[in-house]
Each structure stands twice: as C-alpha cells, then as structure tokens.
Design a protein around this ligand. Structure first.
Ligand SMILES: [Zn+2]
Length: 82
C-alpha cells in the first residue's frame, strides 16, 4: 500500500516525505543523497484541536499536510509510479 512516509537522513537531520510503497524502508536523501531511513510519522495533528491552545494552528497544519499529500500523489502519478 502506498502512502506518505517520513524519511530521516543521518546527515544534519535532513527530513523529507515521500509517497512510497509500505515495504520501502530507505531512500536516497533528496538533499545529500545519503541513505535516509523511514521513520514513524504522525498519524494526525500533534495538537488536540479541542483541548489544545492553538486550534486554528492545528487546523492550518492539518490542511497544509493534506495539500502536501495531494501534491505528492499528483507528482507520483505524473511520473508513472502510481
Ligand atoms: Zn541528507
């Protein structure tokens, strides 16, 4: 199953997201080309929208993430990888 995963590079803590198959556990870093390993990503907003102090920030973060995922999917489709 394909979804967005977060990858962490050993150099300078580079972090990036990629839309890949669930069995992909490492990728070359986008920035330095070292092998970045997949990390467990957040399933949802870090802040609780009900009890949190920053409901609007949480919502904006959530919307931004959805847009990002959509864009990443589109990019994958256009490269014939989906
Ligand atoms: Zn890197």
């Amino acid at each position: 199953m394909r979804r967005i995963y977060d990858f962490k590079c050993p150099k300078d803590g580079h972090l990036f997201e990629k839309f890949v198959d669930s069995d992909v556990h490492s990728l070359p870093c986008k920035l330095c080309n070292k092998v970045a390993t997949r990390i467990v990503s957040f399933a949802g907003p870090v802040l609780d929208p009900i009890s949190g102090d920053f409901p609007s920030a949480t919502r904006r973060w959530s919307l931004n993430r959805q847009e990002k995922i959509k864009a990443e999917r589109k990019a994958a489709d256009s490269h014939g990888l989906a």
